[in-house]
Ligand binder design. Structure first.
Ligand code: F6R
Length: 606
C-alpha cells in the first residue's frame, strides 16, 4: 500500500519518476506527489487523485532535477488531499513514507513543543521534523539511526536533503523496499515492479536496514549503522512490459489469461513424461509433517479454504486454515511437525508477512505460495512455491486465485502420494486431469453475452447472496467478495445449508442469488436449498457443470454450465463466471475496475 520511487542520477529524473509512479498506482491511488532537488532547493508538487493529474501539475510548474522522490498514496492518517499527499517537506528535507507510525501522536506533541509547525494530518510529517531536528546536532548517518529508533510501527522511507544534492536515504521496517542499479544512477522503489523498466539489477533491504544512495555508490547499514553487504539479484525481464493490450481493464485481461497461466503453472510442476509432480528442494521428509496450517488474507485466504477440503479428502494430515491478521495475534502452540503455508499473490501483505515472521521466530517449517518470487514472504520462507501467473495488476485478484488453488492442489496431491494416502493410479489420474484443466478453463470463458446482461441485474440490486456447499462454499465467498469490491454492492457468501438458520430472512422478491451446485456429492442438497430461496422470491443464477441428467428444479432464472471435470477441480471453473459477473456489474456502473474505491493492491499496512 502506497508506492515509493526515488532516482539519483546526473540526468533529468522527473519523467521517469512519473512513469514509475504510474506502474505503482495499483498500490494506492488517492493522491500523488513528487519532490526534486534543484538549485539548492526542494521543489514539491502534490495533488489529490491520480498520477495523470500530478503529471499535468508538473508540466505546468516545470519542476525538474537530477534527484527526486515520488509517491502514490493510500490514505491511513488524514483524508486524501493535496496537503496530506506525500512527499512531506521542511526547508531541509523531504520524505515519502509507506506504512504507519504508531507513536506519531506522542512525537507530534514533542515536536510541537519544540516549535515545529505541522501542515498535514498525516503521521509521516513527524519524520520530516524529527530528521530536521536531529540534523542540527548530528551527521546524516547518525540522524537516520536515531530517527529510526524513535519510530514505532512500520515504514518504508525515501528521504532527500537540501544540503545533499545527489543523495537519497531509504529505510525499511515492515514495508518492503528495493534498490535498483543503473548506469551512473541508482533507484529506490517500494517494489521491483516499479523499477523494472529502468533496471533488472536489484537488492532488497531487510527489516531494520537503511541505505544511502548516490548516483555512483550505494551503501547498506543495519539499524545500528554497521555496514551490510548485499547481493545484487538479476530479475527476469519477462514481466517488464505487461500492458493491457486491447483490453479496457487489466482485470478483463487477467481473467482471460487464466487458461494460459494454469497451463504454465501445470508445466512448471508436472513432469508429463513420468506422470509426476515435482516439488523441487522440498526440505523435509514426509514423516516429519503431520499437520498443515494454511494462512492468507482475502482472496488468498479463500484459496486456503478450498485447499482444506482437498487436504482433508486426500491426505491424513490435520489441516487448519487461518486468516493472517487473526493468526498473528493468537496464542498459537507452534508445532515442529506442522507445515505452515503462507499464501499471497504479492508476497508483501503485512499481516501474512507478520504471521510468517512469527513462525520463523518459533523455528517451525514454513512454505510460501506466492506470485512475486522476489517478495519479502518468498525471501523469508523455507520453501517457495511460485504460482507462475505473471504480474497481476488489477486490484481484484483473479488469475492469482486460480494459481494459488492450483499450487495448493499440487502440494496436497504430492504429499498425499508421498504419504501413501492415495495410490499410484489415483495419483496419475489426478495428474491427467490437471493436464486438461487449462482447456476446460478456456471453454468456461465463452459466457460473455449471458454474463454481461446478468451483471446489470446484480449491479442494480440492493444486495445478493452466493451459496454453495463443500468446495463450492469458499467459491461462494470469493464470488461475493469480488462483487462487493468491484460493484460496491452488498453480497454475502454463505454455506447453502446454513440459510435456514437465519439468512433466509433476507431473501425477498427479485433478489439475485448465485447458487454454485456442481453435480458432486452435495448436488441434491444444494438444489433443495436453491428451491427454498426460489420459493421465497429469489432470482437464481445456477452455476453447475454439464451433464445429461436433467435438473429437477423449476423457475431457475439463469443457468451457466461449465465443463464436466473431476469434482475436485470444479472450483477452478465455477470461479470464472463469478469473476466475470463482478467485472460486468462494475462495468455497468461505470466504476474504475482496476482501481476500486478505498482499496489498493499489496496491503502493506495492518
Ligand atoms: C481481493 C483481493 C484481496 C487480496 C488480499 C491478499 O480481490 O485481491 O483480498 O487477495 O489483499 O493479498 P495477497 O494475495 O497479495 O497477500
Amino acid at each position: 500500500m502506497c508506492g515509493i520511487v526515488g532516482i539519483t542520477s546526473s540526468k533529468e529524473v522527473t519523467p521517469r519518476i512519473i512513469s514509475s509512479l504510474k506502474k505503482l498506482e495499483y498500490r494506492g491511488y488517492d493522491s500523488a506527489g513528487l519532490a526534486t532537488l534543484s538549485n539548492g532547493n526542494i521543489n514539491e508538487v502534490k495533488c489529490e487523485g491520480r498520477v495523470d493529474a500530478l503529471e499535468k501539475n508538473i508540466i505546468q510548474t516545470k519542476i525538474s532535477g537530477s534527484i527526486g522522490i515520488g509517491h502514490v498514496r493510500w490514505a491511513t492518517h488524514g483524508k486524501p488531499s493535496s496537503i496530506n499527499a506525500h512527499p512531506h517537506s521542511s526547508e531541509d528535507v523531504s520524505v515519502v513514507h509507506n506504512g504507519i507510525i504508531e507513536n506519531s501522536t506522542i512525537l507530534k506533541k514533542l515536536l510541537e513543543n519544540k516549535g515545529y509547525k505541522f501542515k498535514s494530518q498525516t503521521d509521516t510529517e513527524v519524520i520530516v521534523h524529527l530528521v530536521t531536528d536531529y540534523l542540527k546536532k548530528n551527521n546524516l548517518k547518525n540522524t537516520i539511526i536515531k530517527v529510526l529508533k524513535k519510530l514505532h510501527g512500520s515504514f518504508a522511507l525515501g528521504i532527500i536533503f537540501k544540503d545533499q544534492p545527489d543523495l537519497i536515504v531509504g529505510a525499511r521496517r515492515g514495508s518492503p523496499l528495493a534498490v535498483g542499479y543503473g548506469p551512473n544512477e541508482h533507484y529506490l522503489g517500494s517494489d521491483s515492479y516499479a523499477l523494472k523498466s529502468m533496471t533488472n539489477k536489484i537488492s532488497y533491504l531487510n527489516d531494520g536496514e537503511f541505505c544511502i544512495l548516490k548516483k555512483d555508490q550505494v551503501e547498506f547499514f543495519d539499524a545500528d549503522g554497521t555496514k551490510v553487504n548485499k547481493k545484487i539479484l538479476n530479475l527476469s525481464k519477462d514481466d517488464q512490459n505487461y500492458e493491457k493490450g486491447d483490453y479496457k481493464y487489466y482485470m478483463a485481461k487477467e481473467i482471460d489469461e487464466q487458461p494460459i497461466t494454469l497451463k504454465n503453472c501445470v508445466n512448471e510442476y508436472i513432469d508429463k513424461h513420468n506422470k509426476e509432480i515435482n516439488i523441487y528442494n522440498f526440505p523435509w521428509k514426509i514423516n516429519e509433517i503431520s499437520s498443515v496450517i494454511l494462512i492468507g488474507c482475502g482472496t488468498a485466504y479463500h484459496s486456503c479454504l478450498v485447499a482444506k477440503y482437498w487436504f482433508e479428502q486426500n491426505t491424513s494430515l490435520d489441516v487448519r486454515v487461518d486468516i493472517a491478521s487473526e493468526f498473528r495475534y493468537r496464542k498459537i502452540k507452534f508445532k515442529k511437525d506442522c507445515l505452515y503455508v503462507f499464501v499471497s499473490q504479492s508476497g508483501e501483505t503485512a499481516d501474512t508477512f507478520a504471521a510468517l515472521d512469527l513462525c520463523k521466530k518459533n523455528n517451525v517449517k514454513t512454505c510460501a505460495v506466492v506470485n512475486v518470487v522476489e517478495s519479502s514472504i518468498a525471501r523469508d520462507a523455507d520453501l517457495v512455491l511460485p504460482i507462475h501467473c505473471g504480474p497481476e495488476v488489477g486490484v481484484a485478484s483473479t488469475k492469482a486465485f486460480l494459481g494459488q488453488m492450483l499450487v495448493l492442489y499440487l502440494l496436497c496431491t504430492k504429499l498425499s502420494y508421498e504419504q501413501k494416502s492415495i495410490n499410484k493410479k489415483d495419483y496419475q489420474k489426478k495428474i491427467k486431469d490437471l493436464l486438461s484443466l487449462s482447456k476446460s478453463a478456456k471453454n468456461t470463458l465463452n459466457i460473455e453475452d449471458k454474463i454481461q446482461t446478468l451483471g446489470k441485474d446484480f449491479a442494480n440490486s440492493k444486495g445478493s447472496m452466493f451459496l454453495g456447499r463443500g468446495y463450492s462454499y469458499p467459491i461462494a465467498l470469493e464470488g461475493a467478495l469480488k462483487l462487493k469490491e468491484l460493484a460496491y454492492v452488498h453480497a454475502e457468501g454463505y454455506p447453502a445449508g446454513e440459510m435456514k438458520h437465519g439468512p433466509l430472512a433476507l431473501i425477498e422478491e427479485g433478489m439475485p442469488v448465485v447458487v454454485i451446485a456442481p453435480r458432486d456429492e452435495h448436488y441434491k442438497k444444494t438444489i433443495s436449498n436453491m428451491q427454498e430461496v426460489i420459493s421465497r422470491g429469489a432470482k437464481v443464477l445456477l452455476i453447475t457443470n454439464k451433464s445429461t441428467d436433467e435438473i429437477y428444479s423449476e423457475n431457475i432464472w439463469e443457468q451457466i454450465e461449465v465443463d464436466a471435470i473431476s469434482d475436485e477441480l470444479i472450483p477452478f471453473l465455477t470461479t470464472i463466471p463469478l469473476q466475470k459477473l463482478a467485472y460486468y456489474s462494475a462495468l455497468d456502473k461505470g466504476y474504475d475496475i482496476d482501481k476500486p474505491r478505498n482499496l489498493a493492491k499489496s496491503v502493506t499496512v495492518e
